[in-house]
Design a protein around this ligand. Structure first.
Ligand SMILES: [Zn+2]
Length: 524
């Protein structure tokens, strides 16, 4: 059985502005979509759900949105449009829960509201059914056993310009989205407004690729620590950034750290959004990488294996929404590593889809399926180009063989060099085979001299019900042959050079370059 919204929405289809109060059939508080003044119609985005084929070009514009608050700072609460959103809220339908405080280490100054948990504070009690009768219960799992509700927080993953760029940017979007596209997978994405404003082209790709776009605040504070005005501002600017970039207005949100109570829920609900949590957590955010911690990737691996084992042993009684991130190289790497394995066991659909949600936006011309296509296209084509910079036109081979490439190595199987696959041979697994490009040669070379290479790839178009056609594309690309460092380990390979196993570094020998070398642990 699928759960569907018990709220009946009556909203006119108005592209530019959507501001419809709702009538509810279940006693929930009315909702509205904020008004977003002075928005231009975005270009380069679909205006209804796109079933594919998808654009898997490797480069995107990095042009930011203009007219938004400073990214990653607390947005101002006194602008006219935030005040308008604030004044649209019925504050008699917002519980008077305390504005909470955290210690410098992130722990709570007061950990509990008492045994009755009057505000359904998730961080204290894992409460997911609001005490306020006019709020719907949180969505946090997939009701059907065997369903895996895919979701990623903290995106879209922006490109770095600082010293982290060399290691992080091979994983920045559209890498994960391209990987998902070529694996017939869609995700519910919880976007940080600042990331959308900095990298709207990635948000467009997210929408165009058939993912659900939801809100995850502007600057990522624990929301119960924020005043009412601050919460409104965090939501408003994120909603507006997504609207400005993609043209859609999200009806779903996830609080950073899951930190939500009925005060936060009520503000979100009245601004048009329902709370989406999870029933299992990868803790992937805590792996070593920018914004992360010190958790060994092996521990995260063990969680994934545990969920697979639990299903296979018959212990599962329902499906799962397992929290994952597109936060940094480590989380994207982990997600790409496990997705094919999860797909072998579970029915992988977006977190919203496994809950029967087909219309995640106020723009009702978007209607999403609740299942993946039964007979997906065997391969996907590049449907749009962002040429200028190097563009890779390789398409994923749908069933890469895994004959010689070690699982857990940088390339996950033989393929075409796209999205974690080796390019052509086992030796290519030494390359940084991500994002549509293999960045290294199969053998060490002496210098870092730029070399022009011609790469030829075959794209197969196979839409259901149509004749299969083939075309061959020749792409000229500039490949920097990496300079080998200590020993024979190649810069740009999985291990960047001999080192201590930190991200991108081999553990002790060049042989370790075949390892994932994630965080501080090597898999061998
Ligand atoms: Zn987050």
């Amino acid at each position: 059985m699928l759960i569907s919204y018990s709220v009946v929405f009556f909203s006119a289809i108005v592209w530019q502005q959507v501001n419809s109060a709702t009538i509810t059939s279940s006693g929930y508080a009315p909702q509205f979509s904020p008004i977003f003044p002075n928005l231009k119609t975005p270009t380069g985005v679909v205006t209804s759900y796109n079933p594919g084929p998808y654009d898997i070009s490797a480069t995107l514009s990095t042009e930011p949105l203009t007219g938004f608050p400073e990214p990653w700072a607390a947005p101002p609460t006194n602008s006219a449009e935030v005040l308008a959103a604030y004044n649209s809220i019925d504050w008699s339908k917002v519980p008077n829960a305390p504005v909470r405080k955290q210690n410098p280490d992130g722990s709570w100054v007061v950990k509990s509201d008492g045994a009755t948990d009057p505000y359904c504070w998730w961080s204290s009690t894992n409460c997911r059914t609001p005490k306020a009768s006019y709020l719907p219960p949180d969505i946090y799992t997939c009701p059907n056993k065997g369903d895996w509700g895919l979701n990623h927080d903290d995106g879209p993953f922006n490109r770095y310009t600082d010293s982290n760029a060399a290691i992080e940017n091979p994983y920045a979007e559209p890498v994960l989205y391209n990987f998902l596209a070529t694996h017939n997978a869609h995700s519910s994405l919880f976007y940080i407004g600042s990331n959308v404003a900095n990298y709207p082209a990635a948000a467009k790709r997210g929408l165009n690729d058939g993912h659900h776009l939801c809100v995850h605040t502007w600057s990522h504070p624990p929301l119960t620590t924020q005043t009412n005005s601050q919460i409104v501002a965090e939501f408003y600017w994120t909603l507006k950034a997504i609207k400005a970039a993609t043209g859609v207005t999200s009806k779903c949100f996830r609080p950073p750290q899951g930190d939500v109570d009925d005060r936060v829920r009520a503000i979100a609900w009245q601004m048009g959004m329902r709370n989406i949590l999870w029933d299992a957590d990868t803790n992937d955010w805590a792996m070593p990488a920018p914004g992360g911690g010190s958790l060994s990737p092996k521990v995260v691996d063990s969680y994934f294996q545990g969920w697979i084992n639990a299903y296979n042993s018959g212990k599962d009684t329902a499906g799962h929404i397992v929290l994952q991130h597109e936060l940094n190289s480590a989380t994207v790497n982990m997600s790409m590593f496990w997705l094919p394995k999860i797909q072998n066991v579970f029915n992988v659909v977006p977190a919203l889809a496994c809950n029967g949600i087909t219309q995640p936006y106020w723009e009702t011309n978007f209607v999403y399926p609740i299942t993946n296509p039964v007979n997906p296209p065997a391969t996907y084509t590049v449907t749009a180009t962002t040429t200028k910079a190097e563009t890779t036109t390789s398409a994923d081979s749908s069933a890469p063989s895994n004959a010689n490439c070690l699982p857990g190595s940088f390339g996950y199987g033989f393929g075409d060099g796209y999205g974690g696959y080796c390019c052509k041979t086992e030796q290519d697994c030494l390359d940084n085979c991500l994002g549509g490009a293999c960045t290294g040669p199969t053998n060490p070379v002496a210098t870092g001299t730029p070399v022009n290479t011609i790469r030829t790839s075959t794209i197969t178009t196979a839409k259901p019900g149509t004749t299969t056609t083939k075309k061959t594309t020749t792409t000229k690309s500039n490949t920097i042959k990496p300079t080998p460092s200590a020993g024979s380990c190649i810069a740009g390979s999985s291990g960047k050079k001999l080192g201590d196993g930190k991200i991108g570094y081999c553990c002790t020998t060049s042989d370790d370059c075949l390892d994932v070398c994630r965080g501080t642990a090597c898999d061998v």
